[in-house]
Design a protein around this ligand. Structure first.
Ligand code: ASP
Length: 344
């Protein structure tokens, strides 16, 4: 398990806060000493080293680093975990390497349909969006749904009307076109057509099939948040919704336990109620984060699914398990150093 960040004298600080006379000193202490943490992912799957050029690997790492830096800066300044997770996910949505926002995969109909969610562990408020076709940053619309719609989940046209009413600019479907995702769709369609016969001709990796981005954070106020965004799975039927926007499936946050963002075969993650199960194992069974994370992932594997998740608990402990050959992931370590990894 990765230990918490900036943990210096946390308990001591807490006990001193009330008795500090000078408000300026008190504020400085609170800002300097309360622990916080951030973990991000850019999707789990069979990440084929042989297909990864050094240049591509550098680009993936740079994308993860940018997202980590955006969230980390917010937390360091004393900003909220909600802001940090949204900021990190937005950057990953804008990066064509990841299957979310700009880099979303194609449906079998040749469209892009995006899902996202955000959850506030302090209030248990959540906002989720599904089947969006014209929203550049679905995670931010999910946040608007949470804060302004009076609802938790909105989809399709209705969600986009709500977005417009709230000043969100809609983008043309063309915005989501990337050659690599288009080619992946064609490859999967070809493989389907040729059935078992020509299967060997088409090497279909998880990078062709899916991916997702997510962030979980603990802020200096002790609040947890989780955010997830995805284009779903390549060649999915139009209208298919994965686990990412399902509260308790691919996304969940609760200050009493942890914040979770998942990636993998969405259907299995929904059926295993992964994110909420993880939290429930901690809340009702008293399980530690790492064990609870592994337990839910094992449940997914038993059903036949694969993938991974990132989680952070209220103490700042982090878990990043996955049962695939790789998961794009990053966190900030004890000394404020960014750790970015791809393979096992
Ligand atoms: N979980 C996502 C979905 O099923 C895909 C992924 O994470 O790879 O929509």
């Amino acid at each position: 398990m990765v230990a918490l960040l900036a943990a210096t004298a946390f308990n001591q600080t807490r006990s001193q806060e009330g008795s500090t006379k000078n408000p300026a000193t008190s504020e400085t202490m609170q800002t300097n000493q309360k622990k916080f943490g951030l973990v991000i992912h850019g999707g789990a799957g069979t990440i084929d080293r042989s297909r990864m050029t050094p240049e591509a690997e550098r680009e993936y790492r740079a994308g993860l680093e940018r997202a980590l830096a955006a969230g980390y800066e917010i937390l360091k300044r004393g900003g909220s975990s909600l802001d940090a997770t949204e900021a990190a996910v937005r950057l990953l949505e804008d990066d064509p390497h990841f299957n979310a926002g700009k880099g979303a995969v194609f449906t079998s109909a040749g469209t892009n349909e995006l899902d996202a969610a955000i959850m506030d562990g302090n209030t248990l408020k959540a906002g989720t969006v599904a089947s969006l076709k014209h929203i550049r940053n679905p995670v931010s619309l999910a946040r608007l749904v949470m804060e302004k719609s009076g609802h938790v989940m909105m989809d399709g046209e209705g969600a986009e009307v709500f977005a417009k009413e709230n000043g969100v600019q809609l983008v043309d479907q063309k915005y989501f076109f990337t050659q690599e995702r288009w080619d992946a769709l064609q490859k999967i369609k070809e493989a389907e057509k040729s059935g078992g016969a020509g299967a060997k001709k088409f090497i279909i990796t998880d990078q062709d099939r899916h991916g997702t981005v997510g962030a979980v954070a603990l802020d200096r106020q002790g609040n947890l948040a989780a955010a997830t965004s995805t284009g779903g799975t390549t060649n999915k039927r139009a209208g298919r919704i994965g686990d990412s926007p399902i509260i308790g499936g691919g996304t969940y946050a609760n200050n009493a336990t942890c914040a979770v963002s998942a990636t993998g075969d969405g259907e299995y993650f929904i059926r295993a109620t992964v994110a909420h199960d993880l939290s429930a194992l901690m809340e009702y069974r008293g399980m530690k984060l790492q064990e609870a994370a592994q337990t839910v992932l094992d449940k997914v594997a038993k059903l036949g699914g694969s993938g991974g998740l990132i989680a952070i608990d209220a103490k700042g402990n982090m878990a990043l398990p996955f049962n695939t050959s790789g998961m794009y992931r990053g966190h900030v370590d004890l000394d404020g150093k960014f750790v970015i990894e791809i393979y096992k």
